[in-house]
Design a binder for this molecule. Sequence first.
Ligand SMILES: [Fe+2]
Length: 350
Amino acid sequence: MERCDILIVDDDRQVREVLHQIFLGANYKCLLANDGREGLEVFRASRPPLTVTDLKMPVMGGIELLQQVRQADPDAAVIVLTGAADVKTAIASLKLGAYDFIMKPVNVDELLIAAERAFERRQLLIERRQYQELLERRVVEATHDLEQAYRQLQDTYRTTLEALGSALDTRDVGTESHSRRVHGYALATAREYGVPEKDLTELAHGVLLHDIGKIGIPDAILLKPGPLTPEEWQIMRRHPEIGKQLVEKIPFLRGAVPIVYAHHEKWDGTGYPRGLKGEEIPLGARIFMVVDAFDAITFDRPYSKAQPIDAAKAEIKRCSGKHFDPGVVTAFFQVPEALLAEIRRKSVEP
Ligand SMILES: [Fe+2]
């Protein structure tokens, strides 16, 4: 299709011809139409960037043509020609999206300047929109990249924490799969309890790092084969506080602090370091207490042989309301035993 710059719509043949000659003289390519309806057909077929239209025409007037053209192509520029009697309508046309109006009889310079301005303004609007679209695309891409980087970062944190949890276990309990099991049990119990998924990450961090404060306990005490003296116990009991101080300095891990600090508190207030009671103890720590006890009973430890699941559950039930939050115990008992077994099996897989 041949390029067309301007569509001229006027029911007066003479006016059409004059306008055509003026635009031809300025090197514009034009199409002509007799009235609004014909103008709209030509517009739809050729999509000229600029339409110059008379207002009063039979069949379809300039205002309706203007509306239809703008609807078909929001970038279309329209200039309205008007006689003195129709100035009000011409002004109203500006509100409907006309770029300009020109009084008849047409002044050649005025018409050409108006056309030139219309082309420029149209171009500017198109470029501005394209630029905005480009920016929006870039924002979408950047957001996507950022999300990907964030996920990688999260993965790195997670694996680092798991490695740290395993290292802590190896030094203390003697089995590196302890933290993995307790982590699995804690998440399963939290889900039964109704903890929202979005809060599980912090719970997981707290569980993995609960004993990080033992880094600050001398080996002579931590690894002592016999029972601890009262003085040694006093030092040993400082590990939640030491852990809290370590972890709260790391913004990413701040959510783990409540569990690290409170993982030796007991429901009846006989725990340490603060002697918190009942729901004063953060929920994550209450969950940890139950699943940690379960793991301690059902797995071999240096000084105790593993016991069956039923025995562990009986012991937990006995301590419910004393050491353990009864609500958490109920939730833990709701975790299917098959799931507990699967967590246990997976914890020893490489
Ligand atoms: Fe501990």
